[in-house]
Design a protein around this ligand. Structure first.
Ligand SMILES: NC(=O)c1ccc[n+]([C@@H]2O[C@H](COP(=O)([O-])OP(=O)(O)OC[C@H]3O[C@@H](n4cnc5c(N)ncnc54)[C@H](OP(=O)(O)O)[C@@H]3O)[C@@H](O)[C@H]2O)c1
Length: 221
């Protein structure tokens, strides 16, 4: 499998380091072109959102499967339909952690049984590095959705923390804690590489597929 990697920053460089397949990098010093990209089996993007958004027409033209972790941009309107009409399958995620897929399952289960605890207080706390611009994190907001309950979210920005998310259910007499700690940005690269392998070996129906759904379908969850 030949991978075209868009962006070789903090996360893209981990894709390069961890891939078992041949990877070629496209960035500002080697801009992506139709002629170059069409030679690859799959394209992975860890470009900033605005740079990725600008490349979308070119990526569509190549007809290659795309895995993108780029965040902070709005998808073109009806993009799922655009991909379906063109017969293309792309996978996207704002968090490519396979561990967070597992966390989602656990949080959903906790939400289902939480009526057992009438005196409960639910809270989510997330910690990230000081350069993160958004707060609360997208993952913390997703955790609240998975819980299906009202729940306070607090955010902390310190040092170079890659990502720490904790959900606590507390009663006066006991506490349940579910959490996930991202220790190295390599975990996002691992998830994106898993998605790229999946797209190439088990072609999906055309459309824009959320990574979490792809993993859940794979596990028959
Ligand atoms: N989905 C996930 O799991 C996940 C995880 C982590 C990060 N992300 C997202 O991935 C994106 C990248 O994050 P990062 O922390 O790796 O960023 P980063 O360290 O700033 O790296 C960005 C890379 O993109 C290149 N680039 C920037 N603008 C470009 C342009 N106009 N044309 C070509 N190349 C360009 C940069 O090249 P230069 O060095 O030359 O500027 C650099 O190689 C962000 O949107 C981030 O939120 C997603």
């Amino acid at each position: 499998m030949r991978i075209a990697l868009l962006g070789r920053g903090k996360t893209g460089s981990k894709v390069l380091e961890l891939s078992a397949h041949a990877v070629e990098v496209f960035d500002r010093s080697r801009p992506a072109t139709y002629e170059a990209l069409k030679e690859f089996d799959v394209i992975i993007s860890f470009l900033p959102g605005d740079a990725f958004r600008e490349l979308i027409p070119l990526l569509l033209e190549t007809k290659r499967p795309v895995v993108t972790g780029s965040t902070g941009f709005a998808w073109p309107a009806d993009f799922d339909r655009v991909l379906k009409e063109k017969g293309l399958a792309w996978i996207h995620a704002t968090n490519f952690s396979l561990g967070v897929v597992v966390l989602k399952q656990l949080i959903q289960r906790l939400g289902q049984v939480s009526s057992l605890f009438p005196k409960k207080e639910l809270s989510i706390h997330e910690v990230h590095h000081t350069k993160k611009v958004d707060a609360p994190s997208g993952t913390a907001l997703s955790m609240k959705e998975w819980l299906h309950q009202d729940c306070a979210i607090t955010s902390e920005r310190t040092g170079d923390v890659v990502g720490l998310h904790t959900l606590t259910l507390a009663t006066p007499s006991e506490t349940i804690t579910l959490g996930h700690e991202a220790k190295d940005r390599g975990l996002f690269a691992e998830g994106a590489l898993w998605a790229a392998d999946y797209l190439v070996s088990k072609p999906l129906t055309p459309g824009l597929h959320p990574f979490q759904k792809v993993v859940e379908t794979h596990l028959s969850l």
